[in-house]
Design a protein around this ligand. Structure first.
Ligand code: A3P
Length: 300
């Protein structure tokens, strides 16, 4: 399966619109009713992130933890976006992430979403599903999103960098405000104990430690050796050269503009922000991020 941008039915460079108070594009809302009626199973694992926070990385880790031993061919032959379907994406009549999730043959089913917490289909809560949320510091997240918007021909044009910073601060991004997203999920964690909230920066710092924590949360008993092998296998350079994880087979992305696996670093924002932009951003950040319990690292 691949999305063919040459096909006339594919709407390129969609425009943002307000959808229940969140900036969205049609490719992620057109299947709304069906997605809202998705029937989650108690053992489904939902991987939730703001775009560009490390979704693919944690997806590959979970796929290896669950199926690396029993079904090693899977990781070698099936691209990550088919092993871990993107629930809300839909390009009718070509493609629906929800249909792909419905048909997943695995147990558990690993399912990806970028929805803010209030958009998650209710069956995930009713079934008390385990949810892995990955968050990434705002500045690096924004830089990554900027380059992704450049190369993803379904997304709105990012425009120039200085305007993009303002769009980001205003939440005029695909899937809305980063600030609302990370805070909304953080708040949900206080009342719904089956959320494991993790940070991209922690995964960079010590992938093996974060894999250990994932195993505890998911009650997985992979051996220490297995976890070590997985941590090595999912390092950036390995995932970048692996066709099953680097999205090179996903044709709505234009790799001539930018790679999907771009840098994989903390603090690349320093190569993008001017001193003045950084001051404006930090000032605004303080106003929006009032919860002292939610802290991000912008450098390490
Ligand atoms: P950069 O653009 O900063 O390089 P997502 O999967 O949510 O779309 O996130 C993509 C971002 O995660 C990209 O960031 C990508 O390079 C980074 N990434 C993916 N796999 C990674 C890995 N194994 N190690 C570090 N970063 C990774």
């Amino acid at each position: 399966m691949s999305l063919d941008p040459e096909k006339a039915v594919f709407p390129s460079r969609q425009q943002l619109f307000d959808f229940h108070g969140v900036s969205m594009i049609p490719i992620f809302t057109t299947n709304w009713e069906n997605v809202q009626n998705f029937q989650a199973r108690p053992d489904d694992i939902l991987i939730a992130t703001y775009p560009k926070a490390g979704t693919t990385w944690v997806s590959q880790i979970l796929d290896l933890l669950y199926f690396g031993q029993t079904c090693p061919e899977r990781q070698k032959t099936i691209p990550i976006y088919e092993r871990v379907p993107f629930l809300e994406i839909a390009v009718p009549p070509l493609f629906s992430g929800k249909d792909l999730a419905d048909k997943l043959p695995t147990t558990p089913r690993l399912i990806k979403t970028h929805f803010p917490v209030q958009f998650v289909p209710k069956s995930f809560w009713e079934q008390n599903c385990k949810i892995v949320y990955v968050a990434r510091n705002a500045k690096d997240n924004m830089v990554s999103f900027f380059h992704f918007d450049r190369m993803n021909i379904a997304h709105p044009e990012p425009g120039d960098w200085s305007n993009y910073i303002h769009r980001f601060m205003e939440g005029k991004m695909v899937f809305g405000s980063w600030y609302d997203h990370v805070n909304g999920w953080w708040k949900k964690k206080q009342t719904y104990s089956n959320i494991h909230y993790m940070f991209y920066e922690d995964m960079i710092e010590d992938t093996e430690r974060e894999i250990d924590k994932l195993c505890s949360f998911l009650s997985l008993s992979n051996s220490a050796e297995d976890k070590k092998i997985i941590a090595g296998g999912v390092q950036f350079d390995n995932m970048k050269k692996n066709e099953m994880t680097n999205y090179s087979t996903f044709s709505i992305l234009d790799f001539k503009i930018s790679p999907f696996m771009r840098k994989g670093k903390v603090a690349d924002w320093k190569n993008h922000f001017t001193v003045a932009q950084n001051e404006v951003f930090d000032e605004d950040y303080k106003k929006k991020m009032k919860d002292p319990t939610l802290q991000f690292r912008t450098e390490m």
